[in-house]
Ligand binder design. Structure first.
Ligand code: 5AD
Ligand code: SF4
Length: 448
C-alpha cells in the first residue's frame, strides 16, 4: 500500500494554520503550501493554537522577522508537549540559510518538519515521512527547481500572483536574498502565458507577476524574451483586466518598459521603484549600481511619460556609512519624486552580507533620522492622495474593512487603498467611486 492510501483517513477533520513572514514571494509560497495541505485533506483554521498542522513560513531580510519567529515558535513548546500529535513545521528563507536553520535545529526541538523554499513540492512526502517515523524530517535543497507548473490557492477568486522568476544576482551589500533565494532563474514564457490564460479563463481579473527583480527577467536564460516583451504579451491576453508586477530594480528600468506600461491600458499605472538611499556615495557602498542622478532621471521620466502613475519605494535609514549629509540627500529625493507611498526600514545587519562587517550607527541617531524621514514623507503621501478628491476612480473591491463591515476596501489601478460604503456582494467587482476624503494612506468616497 502506498503512503497516500495508508494515511487516507488520517487527515479527516484535521486542520492547518500558516503564519507567513516577509514579502509577496513568501505569501505566494504559502498559497502553494496551502494547496498541498488542502489536497491532503487538511482544512484551514484561523486559530493557530487549535490547528493540527502549524507552519511558519519565514523571512530573513531583517533581524526583527527572525527574532519574532523564534518567539512564536518557542510559545508552542508547551502546546506540543501537551498535544504530541500536532505537527509543527518551519519553512522559507530562514531555513534555506545554514545559520538560522541551525538555531531551529538545535534550540527548537518542538519543530517536526523543516524545509526550504525549493522543497515545497515535496511537502506531502515530508509529512508522510514524519508520520511513518515520528522523527524530525529536514529537507533543504539548494538547486533551483523549474516550477513550470504548480498548483496553488489564490487569496480570492479574482486576484492571483504568478511567479515569473526566482532569486537575485544583484548582491546589494546589505541584502541576504541572494544567499537565501539563490541565483536568478527565469521561468519559461510559454509556461507563464499558459498559467495566466488559465487564470483569466477561470474568471480572475487581476494578476500580479512576481520576482525579486522582475525587470531582469530573461537575463542569461536559454530563451529570448525580455521583461517588457513578456509583460506586453501577457497584457494582450483577452479578458485580463489588471496586470501588476513587483519588484523592479531602478538600474533595469528601460524606456521600453515605460512605453509598454504607457501603451497597454490593463497594465496598472503603478510602479514600485526601491530607492534605498538618496546619497550617491551610500548607493555606491550598497552596490546599487545607480546614483542619485540616474534614479531621479528614471523616476521623473516615469512621471513625465505617464502623468497619472503612482510611485512607491523602499528606503533604508542608517546604513553604516550614512552621514547626516547623506540622509539629507534621501529627504531631497523624496521631495523631488513625491512618492505615493513608501516602505521604510532601519538598517539591520544580516549574516554573511558585506554590510554586516561594518560598524553600525548609534540607535538613537538612526531613530531620529527615521522619525524625520516619516515627518517628510507622510505629508507628501497626504498631498498625493488629496489630488484624488473630486475625481471618480475605478476600484476593484477586495474585502470588508477590518473595523467596519459596512465599509469595503479596494484598490485603484494606481494601487491607492480606497474605503467605500458598499454591499459585500460587490466584492470582486469593479465599481466607480467618487473620492471625497483622504488620509496619508487611504482615499475614501461614495459609490456612483
Ligand atoms: N536592513 C534593512 N532593510 C533591508 N531591506 C533588505 N535588506 C535589509 C537590511 N539588511 C529592505 C530593502 C528592500 C526591502 C525588501 O527590504 O529596502 O528593498
Ligand atoms: Fe536584495 Fe538587492 Fe536583490 Fe533586491 S536587488 S533582492 S535588495 S540583493
Amino acid at each position: 500500500m502506498n503512503l497516500k492510501d495508508k494515511y487516507k483517513d488520517y487527515f479527516d477533520g484535521k486542520t492547518y494554520n500558516i503564519t507567513t513572514f516577509g514579502c509577496q514571494m513568501n505569501e505566494h509560497d504559502s498559497e502553494r503550501i496551502s494547496y498541498i495541505l488542502e489536497s491532503l485533506g487538511y482544512k484551514k483554521i484561523q486559530d493557530r493554537n487549535k490547528a493540527d498542522f502549524i507552519l511558519f513560513n519565514t523571512c530573513l531580510v531583517r533581524e526583527n522577522a527572525e527574532l519574532k519567529l523564534y518567539g512564536q515558535v518557542s510559545s508552542l513548546k508547551k502546546l506540543k508537549k501537551e498535544n504530541p500529535d500536532k505537527i509543527i513545521a518551519v519553512s522559507g528563507c530562514m531555513m534555506q540559510t545554514s545559520t538560522a536553520r541551525q538555531v531551529i535545529i538545535d534550540k527548537h526541538k518542538e519543530v517536526d518538519i523543516i524545509f526550504g523554499t525549493k522543497n515545497i513540492n515535496s511537502l506531502a512526502d515530508l509529512i508522510f515521512r514524519y508520520l511513518e517515523t515520528n522523527e524530525r524530517v529536514i529537507d533543504i535543497s539548494t538547486d533551483n527547481v523549474k516550477d513550470d507548473f504548480v498548483y496553488y490557492n489564490t487569496p480570492n477568486d479574482f486576484q492571483a500572483y504568478v511567479n515569473i522568476m526566482t532569486g537575485c544576482d544583484n548582491f546589494c551589500s546589505y541584502c541576504i536574498v541572494p544567499e537565501s533565494r539563490g541565483r536568478e532563474e527565469s521561468r519559461r514564457p510559454s509556461s507563464i502565458l499558459d498559467e495566466v490564460e488559465n487564470l483569466v479563463s477561470r474568471g480572475y481579473k487581476e494578476v500580479t507577476l512576481l520576482g525579486q527583480n522582475v525587470n531582469s527577467y530573461g537575463n542569461r536564460a536559454d530563451f529570448d524574451m525580455t521583461f517588457p516583451a513578456l509583460l506586453e504579451k501577457i497584457s494582450h491576453i483577452e479578458g485580463l483586466k489588471r496586470l501588476r508586477f513587483t519588484t523592479s530594480h531602478p538600474k533595469d528600468l528601460s524606456d521600453e518598459l515605460i512605453d509598454v506600461i504607457k501603451n497597454n491600458d490593463n497594465i496598472c499605472n503603478y510602479f514600485h521603484l526601491p530607492l534605498q538611499s538618496g546619497s550617491s556615495k551610500v548607493l555606491k557602498d550598497m552596490n546599487r549600481k545607480y546614483d542619485q542622478e540616474k534614479y531621479l532621471e528614471r523616476a521623473l521620466k516615469l512621471r513625465e511619460e505617464i502623468p497619472s502613475i503612482a510611485i512607491s519605494t523602499d528606503i533604508i535609514v542608517g546604513y553604516p556609512t550614512e552621514t547626516e549629509e547623506d540622509f539629507q540627500e534621501t529627504l531631497k529625493v523624496c521631495e523631488k519624486v513625491k512618492y505615493d507611498s513608501a516602505y521604510t526600514f532601519k538598517f539591520s545587519p544580516r549574516p554573511k552580507t558585506r554590510a554586516a562587517k561594518l560598524k553600525t550607527i548609534d540607535d538613537a541617531i538612526v531613530q531620529d533620522r527615521f522619525d524625520r524621514l516619516l515627518d517628510t514623507i507622510y505629508p507628501i503621501f497626504n498631498k498625493k492622495n488629496e489630488e484624488y478628491i473630486g475625481r471618480t476612480v475605478e476600484v476593484l473591491l477586495e474585502s470588508e474593512s477590518k473595523n467596519n463591515p459596512q465599509i469595503l476596501t479596494g484598490r485603484t489601478d494606481t494601487f491607492k487603498l480606497v474605503h467605500v460604503k458598499a454591499d459585500k456582494k460587490l466584492i470582486g467587482q469593479f465599481v466607480k467611486v467618487k473620492i471625497t476624503d483622504n488620509t496619508s494612506f487611504t482615499i475614501s468616497g461614495d459609490l456612483i
